[in-house]
Design a protein. Structure first.
Length: 306
């Protein structure tokens, strides 16, 4: 019994060292201003809320196609509004969403679930997010997502890891994705999945909610790889390159452990959770939203089978 306790203690020690070393606070502070809220709507007010990343100082934003393209007519929503993060978040939607611009869709691919939009008359210096080279990223890599989850807060930060990879996801050629256990929900769509450098590893796209037999699924989310985004942008004459900063910081952590330095034992949940700033998704849209994961369709199918 004593041996088991010792082993568990050692494992816990190394887990805390590894997890607490991720510079979540620094990544959030530097790159959350480059993440935007996207409100896409029709005249009646119905539409979508999602996230996007500023990738050019000219106001270009990458996001998901399903955030800005209506399922009803397969056309871009006629009204696009982009909200820029304020210097200080207050938790009040009225105050935090006071800085906004109109935007237009430049390109989109429903198959790849990608869209490029441009802010009109953009005149701010919010910074940009660079793309990670997938050859640097492996299963187990720590990542964070920044987005606006329903019933959560605007510009929320969540933490997790890359848990798998899938090629030609959903039968779409070239749609390669990462599976991640990073918490994402409706409102995170189109937002970035970032590594410790603040590079965009992938774009958060969809989540698994129900299995084929109706059982709930948690921690299975899918994000479109940066390589897919880069190729698609280049094909559409928007040339981008991968960021150049090295990712590997493991040597520094190993040296610290071997030197007997005291690890940062601050609770992981304190480092990776952002303060609760809940907003009413339906009130914000002023209309009922259609769930992007098709949960209702699955439920209807289940009821019909019964």
């Amino acid at each position: 019994m004593r041996f088991i306790i010792i082993v568990l203690t050692v494992l816990s020690f190394y887990t805390q060292v590894y997890a607490s070393d991720f510079p979540a606070k620094e990544v959030y502070a530097k790159f959350s201003p480059s993440v935007v809220v996207i409100k896409a709507s029709k005249e009646g007010g119905s539409g979508m809320i999602g996230a996007g990343s500023i990738i050019s100082d000219k106001g270009l934003i990458i996001t998901n196609a399903h955030v800005v393209v209506s399922k009803d007519d397969n056309l871009p929503y006629p009204k696009l509004r982009i909200y820029i993060r304020p210097d200080k978040l207050t938790g009040s939607a009225q105050e935090d969403l006071s800085n906004y611009f109109d935007a237009e869709v430049l390109r989109y691919s429903k198959d790849l679930d990608l869209a490029l939009i441009k802010i009109k008359d953009f005149n701010l210096k919010s910074g940009t997010i660079e793309f990670a080279d997938p050859s640097d990223i492996n299963v187990g890599e720590e990542v964070v997502a920044i987005g606006h989850p329903e019933q959560g807060g605007f510009w929320s930060l969540t933490y997790g890891r890359i848990s798998g990879e899938m090629k030609d996801y959903q039968g779409v050629t070239g749609k390669d994705v990462y599976q991640t256990d990073t918490s994402v929900n409706r409102g995170n769509s189109g937002g970035p999945l970032l590594d410790r450098r603040g590079y965009m590893v992938a774009i958060n796209s969809n989540i698994a909610r129900l299995s084929r037999d109706g059982l709930p699924i948690t921690g299975v989310n899918f994000s479109i790889k940066s390589s897919v985004v880069k190729k698609w942008l280049n094909e559409n004459e928007y040339t981008i390159a991968y960021g150049k900063k090295p990712l590997d910081e493991e040597g520094k952590k190993t040296e610290a452990i071997e030197a007997g330095k005291k690890p940062d034992t601050q609770k992981v949940e304190d480092r990776f959770n952002t303060p609760a700033r809940p907003y009413d998704y339906n009130e914000f849209l002023k209309a009922a939203e259609k769930d992007i994961e098709g949960v209702m369709e699955e439920m209807k199918g289940k009821i019909k089978r019964k």
